[in-house]
Write a protein that binds this ligand. Structure first.
Ligand code: AMP
Ligand code: MN
Ligand code: MN
Ligand code: MN
Length: 285
């Protein structure tokens, strides 16, 4: 079961990916994915298209999303899998989480103007497939294509991360709310790419403990955002905290993502995969 080629984390144009849900489904199938989930940021409008495309290709599907959460002053991402995409409370929670993005983007644009980069809001908006989901990624693509930086990583490093001129702190959903929206809709909450957060060990312990207290059940161990040292560390933490383990590329774009759909190492055999507890939620092809 751990050897299943499951890819339970990626993004489409509905958030900050560059491919349509149908093109992602096709790419997943071509790359040998056997169980797939589209997990757009704070938005589930692509779910029906993804599920239909998966079905047409003979690819098993789990509903998905990635919710932005503020915890201990840092942005944490919580992936939801296998929920009912029609659930009204989940939909309202996601809408509220998205709500602040427009204002934040305008403030980012004002901040960038102060360092001589003008009209970044209008520029970024042209890259957003979904204007309600304008993201730092869209600013990054705009600043690359307008020649300010050579690639998106340089944009984040120089402009869009804490302490840099275009960074605007933002308050996202509360951890407990995000976990409850997912769980009450019949899904499973999973801590996304824990290796990416700049927590102290004490804060990380608090994240895992509180996440579980709210009903969270999984953690990403093998993800495109982790090093092989992270795989080992979070495999140990999954066992220590009795969490189910997830696997996902976090694919955004053929031009930007270094990990392609389905192209990840297998989950370590000592772990129990999230999909072992989500069989009843899989939309079978
Ligand atoms: P936002 O939700 O608007 O804060 O944007 C966060 C998104 O920016 C993440 O989901 C990634 O897709 C992208 N991102 C964050 N950090 C980096 C980075 N250092 N380099 C490239 N992309 C990044
Ligand atoms: Mn993203
Ligand atoms: Mn993320
Ligand atoms: Mn992601």
């Amino acid at each position: 079961m751990n050897l299943l080629n499951a890819d339970l984390h990626c993004h489409s144009v509905v958030s900050d990916g560059t491919l349509q849900p149908e093109a992602l489904a096709q790419r997943a199938k071509t790359n040998g994915v056997e169980l797939w989930s589209l997990t757009d940021h704070d938005e589930i409008d692509g779910q029906q298209r993804a599920a239909h495309a998966a079905q047409a290709l003979g690819l098993d599907y789990l509903s998905g999303c990635e919710i932005s959460v503020s915890f201990a002053g840092i942005t944490v991402h919580i992936v939801g899998l296998g929920f009912d995409a029609d659930d009204a409370t989940l939909r309202a929670g996601l809408a509220a989480t998205r709500g602040g993005r427009d204002q934040r983007a305008r403030e980012m644009s004002d901040a960038l103007a102060q360092v001589g980069i003008r009209n970044a809001f209008e520029g970024a908006l042209r890259y957003a497939g979904n204007p309600a989901l304008i993201s730092r990624t869209h600013f990054a693509r705009h600043l690359v294509d307008s020649g300010v930086c050579a690639d998106t990583h340089e944009v984040f490093r120089r402009f869009l991360t804490e302490g840099k001129p275009g960074y605007v702190p933002h308050r996202w959903a509360a951890l407990g709310d995000a976990v409850r929206w997912i769980t009450a809709a019949g899904g499973m909450a999973v801590i996304a790419h824990p290796g990416r957060y700049s927590f102290t060990p004490t804060e990380e312990y608090a994240l895992f403990t509180e996440f579980i207290a709210h009903g969270g059940r999984g953690v990403e161990v093998v993800t495109g955002s982790h090093t092989s040292a992270d795989y080992l560390k979070y495999a140990d933490m999954a066992l220590e905290f009795e969490l189910l383990a997830s696997r996902g590329s976090d694919f955004h774009s053929p031009d930007e993502s270094h990990t392609d759909l389905g192209a990840l190492p297998d989950l370590p055999g000592r772990l129990t995969p999230v999909w072992s507890a989500l069989q009843h939620r899989v939309q079978r092809a």
